[in-house]
Ligand binder design. Structure first.
Ligand code: NAP
Length: 309
């Protein structure tokens, strides 16, 4: 039996664990994949207050170690459902039952910090070529393409930072974006525009993946001219944003149309004792600093809830 169970060991979940443990609550964090969430894919973080520059992996590792050293249990097991335990309302308040692939756990409060997963393009053979020239993580796979031509699809911070990172290794980097304006930070875009091994392919979508066993190129269609162009690349890095993964919790937390958990800055949900933090909830700004902030807010709210039981 835990005071607080946190679902997800990204920046929001691990920050919540730090606050939970420091408040004297027995806290466990469940993670189905590996700690750190999406931030491990970021080559350099340069906008976290008081840290001038750190890699996403180093940041995530420091956070994981901090939470673990404070006594939070990080359990690598997939959470399949969260429900309010039947008949537990009588004496010691409501209990949550957290079912995982490996077992069933109980907690007085639960924080959903499930983050989001990479959005896929939805073109033919995308899944079959994943790991064979289609990648969602430039930091993880970029080094395999030293001296090669590659493409990055997307116009947000991830795409721009991925492209910057790849210009250091690759012969040529095509940046393919469906508009001619970028969502990512101007400073990164300006730095990228100064690189002599980058070509911007704007107002264009990737419509076809070429190659049999491995990617050998892509076809892109210009939205304005309808012209289709073939570009030979060894890897396509897809960086077109994220989607939430909250369907397993739709009975206890209300989801919006896109699947995000409906919540405000208080990080509460429709179920008392169930909180949410980070990119998985409805919010305007999805940044590392706002995920960490949510972790603190949700954990302190969960601690107060547990104290009142
Ligand atoms: P994002 O900001 O949501 O950008 C996604 C990009 O992909 C947009 O340019 C979007 O185009 C494009 N896109 C979406 N769906 C598409 C589709 N089906 N086909 C083609 N293009 C598509 O995602 P992100 O770059 O991964 O960033 C997510 C959040 O993390 C953002 O808040 C970002 O600022 C933050 N982040 C921060 C840092 C940092 O602080 N260092 C680093 C990385 C990410 P449109 O622009 O036309 O919609």
């Amino acid at each position: 039996m835990y005071d607080i169970i946190i679902v997800g060991a990204g920046p929001a979940g691990l920050s919540a664990a730090i606050y939970g443990q420091r408040a004297g609550k027995k806290t466990a964090v469940f993670e189905s994949y590996s700690y750190g969430g999406q931030i491990v894919n970021t080559p350099e973080i340069e906008n976290y207050p008081a840290i001038k520059k750190i890699s996403g992996f180093d940041y995530a590792t420091a956070l994981y170690e901090q939470a673990s050293e404070l006594g939070a249990e990080v359990i690598f097991d997939k959470v399949e459902s969260v429900s309010v335990k039947d008949g537990s309302e009588s004496t010691d308040g409501k209990l949550f039952e957290v079912k995982t692939l490996g077992g069933v756990y109980e907690a007085k409060a639960v924080i959903l910090a499930t983050g989001a997963k990479n959005r896929h393009l939805g073109v033919d053979r995308e899944e079959a070529l994943t790991g064979r020239g289609v990648s969602y993580c430039a930091t993880c796979d970029g080094a395999f393409y030293k001296g090669k031509d590659v493409a990055v699809n997307g116009g947000g911070n991830t795409a721009l930072e991925d492209a910057m990172f790849l210009t250091n290794y690759c012969n040529k980097v095509y940046v393919i974006h469906r508009r001619d304006e970028f969502r990512g930070e101007k400073e990164t875009l300006l730095a990228l525009q100064k690189k002599d091994n980058v070509e911007f392919v704007l107002n264009s979508n990737v419509v076809k993946l070429l190659g049999e066993d491995r990617l050998s190129g892509i076809e892109v269609r210009n939205k304005l001219t309808e012209e289709v162009r073939e570009i030979n690349v060894d890897c396509l890095f897809v960086a077109i944003g994220q989607e939430p993964d909250n369907q397993a919790f739709k009975d206890v937390a209300e989801l919006d149309k896109a699947g995000y958990i409906i919540s405000g800055e208080s990080c509460t949900t429709k179920t008392p004792g169930l909180f949410t933090a980070g990119d998985c909830r409805t919010k305007q700004v999805r940044q590392l600093v706002t995920a960490a902030s949510d972790g603190a807010v949700a954990a302190l709210a969960a601690c107060s809830y547990v104290d009142m039981l």
